[in-house]
Each structure stands twice: as C-alpha cells, then as structure tokens.
Design a protein around this ligand. Structure first.
Ligand SMILES: O=C(O)CCC(=O)C(=O)O
Length: 322
C-alpha cells in the first residue's frame, strides 16, 4: 500500500463544540445540535464513576458476551481486501471474566479482541448509579426514543473501530480511559469511498457498505484521490472519562481507544428527529438498500444454520450481526 503523510494544510483538524451538562438546556440541544444534525461533546456528565476492569468483573462475572476477533493484521491490510468488518467479524462467546483475563494478559491487545455493542439490559450495570444518571440526563435533553439497548464497549488500548457511519443518531459515553474520535460530515461520503452496495451480495452483512475503504490517518491518494477533499472537513476529538459525544446519523466516525490499558464506553442509538432529517439522509437510504442486497446471502446462512447441529448457537451468531 502507498501511504502518504497528509500535508498540514490538508488536515485542519478543527474540534467540535463542548458544552457542559450543567448548562446545556433541552432547547439549546434540540435547536443547535439535534435539528440540524451537528455533533457535540457534553462534558461534566459522569466523571464521578470509573468502570475499571475490577468493577466490570465484579458486576458481570460469568455472564457470557460476544467478542469480536479482529486479528492483528486487519489494519495492515488494504481495506479493499477485507471480507468482514464491524458486527460481521468472527465472533466468539465468552464469560466476562475470561475476557478480563485476555485483557490482563494482553492477549486481547495482541489479537485485537473487542467486546463491542453488548447490551447491558440483562446485567446489574443497568441498575448502577452511572446509568441512572445517564438515563435522566438523556431524557433531560429530549433523547427519549431509543433505537437500541444501552450497549457496553470494552477493549484494549490501541483498538480502532474503523471509519463508518450509522443509520441512527448515537451517543457515546466514556466510563474508563479515553478515545480519539475522527469525524467527517455526511457531505464527504463520496470522498471517503464507502464500500459499494454490491459487497452485500457476496458477503451478506459481514462486510458493510457503510464502512469506508480509506485510512484517514494513512491516506493512499493514488487509489483514493478525493480523500484530499474529505481531509479538509475532518474533525478530531478526544473523548475523556465522563464525557459524551452526540453523533448524528450519517456522520462518519473512526474511534481509537487510547493508552495501553482497558478502555470502556457505553453507547445508545436513537430514532432520528426531526423525521425530515432522517428522510432526507442519503446515507440512511444507502444502508437500507445495502440490507436488501444482503438478503439472499443472509437467507443462505439461515438455511445452513437450520441444517447444522449447533443450530441455536449459529442462529444467535447470525442475529448478532444486525
Ligand atoms: O467506541 C467504539 O469503539 C465505537 C463506537 C461507535 O462506533 C458508536 O458509538 O457509534
């Protein structure tokens, strides 16, 4: 791969607005951020809680979670060679304490093993003070129509969730360690070279058309010349413990866990308001079309799972992809 270091003039890297949870009102959130679909970092939200590995192990114990085995070579490869990404990477189900051991022994760092988007609804964490405080605050700024459960993301420092966008609005909250989030507005979609919709015909939901084929920090301008334009519109933020990032639908984001230790966040997806913003979002329509293209392949996987001996586990793994 030919990587070029971006010229300083190609990477202005502006930051996003930061608003204190103590002063951000419902009206201001709705008018300034939600209605136009602009991201914001909310500070002073959950800084008194620290979800470190001991706390998580004590709360989650033997409860099983699906881990994604990304493998250490993934980010050395040209993304055009990928056959899976996001929820499509090979899963393995393990008790939380086993994953904690993989983090402590650094096996999780070595093989880039990530616990991504795991619902906390059937765990004691849902009753925690941190989550009660978070729920009250989200309600306070008018986020009252969730499109997903509250999800836990736990992983080794150094892990990167590759550049993608989501079909829903999202909130990402840091509860231990920090993350660097690189964002691009929806207007930059074609300059970020998303995987084409037809990848779903071959790979079903394993490879996803809402992921980008570029590395924003190691650009290959020969293969992706329009990336130069996208880099003019790049934002970079460090999300610290207790802070929350609001990511409107269609905003591209790459999320890197910083430092060397375990990093932990909670996210949730939300219905997009006002509805007009959802209807006018080409990125959202793209994800729907992509899912339709995936149907034949998903159908074949379901038939194969139905005919297999470990039917219920295979069904669970297929459902986990959505
Ligand atoms: O925290 C991460 O690793 C990824 C989170 C993410 O992609 C999201 O919240 O939409």
């Amino acid at each position: 791969m030919h990587h070029q270091t971006p010229e300083p003039s190609e990477k202005p890297n502006p930051s996003l607005p930061r608003e204190s949870a103590r002063s951000l009102t419902l009206d201001r959130f709705v008018q300034t951020y939600q209605t136009p679909g602009r991201p914001v970092i909310v500070t002073d939200l959950l800084h008194q809680w620290d979800w470190n590995l001991d706390y998580l192990s004590q709360q989650l114990g033997m409860q099983p979670f699906v881990l994604r085995y990304y493998g250490h070579e993934r980010y050395q490869q040209d993304k055009r060679q990928w056959t899976s990404i996001g929820s499509g990477v090979p899963p393995k189900t393990r008790p939380f304490v086993d994953y904690a051991d993989l983090l402590r022994s650094r096996e999780a760092h070595k093989n880039d093993i990530y616990m991504a988007k795991c619902s906390i609804h059937n765990t004691p964490l849902i009753q925690s003070e941190a989550i009660q405080t978070l729920q009250n605050y989200l309600e306070h700024i008018g986020l009252t129509h969730p499109a997903s459960s509250l999800n836990l993301w736990v992983g080794p420092g150094g892990h990167v969730e590759a550049l993608h966008y989501d079909p829903m609005d999202g909130t990402l909250v840091q509860l231990h360690g920090s993350k660097r989030v690189t964002l691009f507005p929806p207007s930059q979609t074609s300059n970020l070279y998303p995987f084409p919709l037809y990848v779903h015909l071959k790979h079903g939901m394993k490879l996803r058309s809402w992921f980008s084929q570029v590395y924003p920090n190691r650009p290959n301008f020969e293969a992706f010349p329009k990336l130069r334009q996208a880099l003019q519109h790049q934002y970079e933020v460090i999300l610290n413990p207790g802070e929350m990032l609001y990511i409107p639908t269609g905003w591209w984001h790459e999320v890197e866990s910083l430092g060397d230790e375990m990093v932990c966040s909670v996210n949730r997806f939300w219905r997009v308001y006002p509805t007009q913003r959802a209807v006018l979002s080409w990125q959202r329509w793209r994800t729907h079309l992509g899912s339709v293209c995936a149907l034949p392949s998903v159908g074949v996987s379901l038939v194969k799972a139905a005919l297999s001996r470990d039917r219920s586990q295979r069904f669970k793994e297929i459902l986990q992809i959505f």
